[in-house]
Design a protein around this ligand. Structure first.
Ligand SMILES: NC(=O)c1ccc[n+]([C@@H]2O[C@H](COP(=O)([O-])OP(=O)(O)OC[C@H]3O[C@@H](n4cnc5c(N)ncnc54)[C@H](O)[C@@H]3O)[C@@H](O)[C@H]2O)c1
Length: 417
């Protein structure tokens, strides 16, 4: 007999046409998520507080779908049906959002704004509705109503009236752009009902996505495990061991689509630093995630990357790097040499260590970590695939050598290695 306190969710029990979806925030992510939901057959309300924002998002989406039709990659009827399923709406008042089986919040990354939205949704949507957030960095527990405390729960025999509400809150972390990127991290907060999490993952599969599951660990899977990809390269450049263009070359040769230097210039040094700072603070300033002086310096000098024409590299108007010539011979010498000066060995050892530690803490499965890193960041392999190839003993020895050279905890091997 199933005696779990969970509520069954409406996500999988009805055909797509009968499950209304509301997406709050019609920016880059919200409009993409609305498109994915509409393509899967759901009626969608796309809601934004800025007048005209949702309409503008629909116009842009229409132009994108037109291009796909023009290229023969989408039928005209499907494009038209997708657009017809989306109703734009302007409001900042969540009580006016029509009843929905699933609400996906994708507004600005501000805790107070998200809390306010969830508080209103919890009060106005049916108790069966699943409420999801697309946050990249905020803890799921922090977004649900802070009025729901353990004290409340104790008063109500272990289940506060809000418990059901908190159980239906999950993270659905899409990657940019949502219609193209297949990965979705399905994030369980401490109070998320396991059945709701299961159903959310099932729904993502119906939407053609590849869901991976994790707890609300800082950075979730991708943004946490990826930290050393940037950090190791920046440290090596900071120490004068290698120049930025050459470090990028070594990692491209190892199968990464882009090097960490050119990639952070593309993402924006400020955006990448903010994610790093967030993970660092949320882990109690664990030295593993300490941001580098190198990147902080870039941001201080407004060398933010392609968007400012100057980051690690300088860019012309077409976005081509002007000073990114690698030293091929140096790259040949470094890779396969001592770990301290081998950008690939240092980076991969640290990626493996992060993946192993995440799984050891029970935050995700090894399989999901590999899937997430390959689909979310385009890594050529997942950390556990590298581990199987390199062997735990070698990785441990590499980390021990790095730890001797740079004591302080950054390179401490996971106990599970
Ligand atoms: N951009 C990315 O690569 C990316 C990837 C994954 C997750 N995310 C997360 O997705 C969320 C949205 O990011 P984005 O890049 O789409 O942002 P964005 O700035 O492009 O869009 C946010 C939209 O939310 C609207 N908005 C703000 N407050 C609102 C409110 N109270 N009610 C209704 N609408 C409101 C804004 O008008 C804006 O149109 C953030 O939490 C972000 O961390 C972003």
């Amino acid at each position: 007999m199933d005696d779990s306190p969970g509520t069954s969710s409406p996500l999988l029990s009805s055909p797509a046409a009968e499950l209304a979806v509301a997406v709050i925030g019609a920016g880059a992510m919200g409009s993409g998520i609305a498109q994915v939901a509409a393509q899967a057959g759901h009626p969608v309300h796309l809601v934004d507080s800025q007048p005209g924002a949702a309409e503008k998002a629909l116009e842009t989406m229409g132009a994108t779908l037109d291009r796909l039709v023009g290229k023969g990659r989408l039928e005209r009827a499907d494009a038209d049906a997708t657009l017809a399923r989306i109703t734009p709406m302007t409001t900042g008042d969540m009580s006016t959002v029509p009843p929905s089986g699933l609400v996906v919040e994708a507004v600005v990354e501000h805790l107070d704004v998200k809390r306010q939205i969830f508080r209103q949704l919890e009060q106005t949507q049916s108790p069966a509705a699943v409420l999801a957030t697309n946050t990249s960095s905020l803890p799921i527990d922090g977004i649900t109503d802070e009025a729901t405390t353990g004290h409340d729960a104790a008063l109500h025999g272990g289940r506060s009236p809000h418990m059901a509400t908190r159980g239906r809150v999950v993270g659905l972390h899409f990657f940019n752009p949502p219609p193209v990127m297949r990965l979705v991290e399905v994030v369980a907060g401490t109070h998320s009902d396991p059945r709701v999490v299961d159903d959310a993952a099932g729904l993502m599969r119906r939407w053609g996505k590849v869901p991976v599951r994790c707890t609300s660990t800082p950075g979730f899977i991708v943004n946490r495990v990826a930290r050393p990809f940037y950090g190791e390269a920046q440290r090596m450049v900071q120490e004068g061991l290698v120049d930025p263009a050459t470090v990028d070359l070594t990692l491209r040769r190892a199968g990464f689509r882009m090097g960490p230097m050119e990639l952070t210039d593309l993402i924006g040094q400020d955006v990448n630093l903010a994610v790093g700072e967030s993970v660092w603070h949320q882990t109690g300033e664990d030295p593993r995630y300490a941001p580098t002086d190198y990147q902080r310096g870039l941001v201080r000098e407004r060398r933010l990357g392609r968007k400012t024409g100057h980051g690690v590299f300088r860019y012309d108007d077409s976005g081509t790097a002007l000073d990114a010539t690698p030293d091929e011979q140096l790259a040949d010498r470094l890779v396969g040499g001592p770990v301290l000066t081998d950008p690939v060995a240092r980076t991969v050892a640290m990626l493996v260590n992060e993946g192993v530690d995440l799984v050891a803490r029970g935050e995700a499965s090894a399989e999901d970590v590999d899937t997430a890193m390959k689909l979310g960041t385009n890594y050529p392999k997942g950390p556990f695939e590298w581990l199987a190839e390199i062997g735990a003993e070698t990785v441990r020895a590499q980390l021990a050598e790095l730890d001797r050279a740079y004591p302080g905890g950054r390179y401490r091997p996971s106990e599970a290695l």
